[in-house]
Design a protein around this ligand. Structure first.
Ligand SMILES: [Zn+2]
Length: 312
């Protein structure tokens, strides 16, 4: 790895860490006092009191000690989309393009997989092009809601999916999408990604869908049945416990799957799964959803070409 890149990355991570610490200090300081007062007031009014009704819990980001709260709280918060329905949304069951991104940011000179990197400026120009051409980024759960449950979609829906959990997805992609009122689909390894649970929760709060990408990112066609189940069920359980939201969709690591793996994904309780097969996502193939791969150097023009080649 280029030492300059390593240093920049380390510096960036450190900046994010320090910002988190400063933010947490402010929140914990003021929220702590308020919570104490609130707790005293509740005890005073209700005595020991019975458990509160649903919806009483705080938002996942700001409540201190939320890790402990999330574990015991029922998963009542749904997955949701960044884009908000308006009068232009209609019932739709047609195919939807799902874009596939990995790292947003520049690769080091000796990076082993430079094609997985997309410069932030290129990502920005793609998002601008999508907005200028009438596209609205929605989440996969919004697409499934329209496909299977009578929900609605904007005139030109598209899903922007991001695999693995890289820092640039939080630092660069999230703010760029947020300016459009859009969210992405984060396909997250439940262990060993760049992102902390807190950062992932912020992405969820910014309108992202969080999907599972296994625990350890193995080739699922080569593991035994027990490992397969552990990777599928374990990652779902782990993410649901960490984030306090239902995990609905799955993404095959490196796009590797076969009939047995697809059946196990369905049996594990997922509603859909994304592949690296080229094309549009189709309602009739919930566990073999095609995606359009975005490569290094792709700007607005390449995106437009790839979308029209896929039939969007
Ligand atoms: Zn992956």
């Amino acid at each position: 790895m280029d030492p300059g890149f390593e240093a920049r990355l380390a510096r960036r991570k450190e900046q994010v860490r320090l910002r988190e610490i400063r933010r947490r200090r402010v929140i914990f300081g003021s929220v702590g006092v308020l919570l104490l007062l609130a707790a005293l007031a509740i005890l005073f009014v209700r005595g020991a009191g019975e458990p509160g009704g649903p919806g009483g819990g705080g938002e996942p980001v700001a409540s201190p000690g939320s890790d402990a709260n999330e574990a015991s709280k029922p998963k009542t918060r749904p997955q949701r989309g960044g884009a908000k329905p308006d009068g232009t949304w209609t019932a739709q069951k047609g195919p939807v393009p799902i874009l596939m991104y990995h790292v947003i940011g520049p690769p080091a000179d000796d990076e082993t997989y430079p094609d997985l990197f997309l410069d932030t400026a290129d990502f920005q120009s793609q998002v601008d092009w999508l907005a200028d051409n009438g596209y609205t980024a929605v989440t996969l759960v919004q697409v499934q809601d329209a496909w299977y449950d009578g929900g609605t979609l904007p005139p030109k829906p598209i899903v922007l999916s991001f695999d693995d959990g890289y820092l640039g997805q939080y630092l660069d992609a999230m703010p760029i999408l947020e300016k459009q009122g859009w969210g992405g689909l984060l396909n997250l390894k439940s262990e060993g990604s760049d992102l902390s649970s807190k950062q992932v929760r912020k992405m969820y709060m910014a309108g992202w869908e969080i999907g599972s990408h296994t625990i350890t990112h193995p080739d699922l066609t080569t593991v035994d049945a027990a490992t397969l189940e552990h990777e599928l069920v374990g990652s779902k359980t782990q993410l649901e416990r960490d984030l306090g939201i239902p995990i609905v969709n799955f993404c095959y690591p490196a796009g590797q799957y076969n009939d047995e793996v697809a059946r196990a994904v369905e049996a594990a309780g997922y509603r859909g799964a994304t592949t690296v097969n080229p094309g549009l996502g189709e309602r009739s193939m919930p566990f073999e959803l095609n995606r359009i791969r975005i490569d290094r150097g792709d700007g607005a023009e390449a995106l437009a070409t790839k979308l029209s080649a896929a039939g969007a």
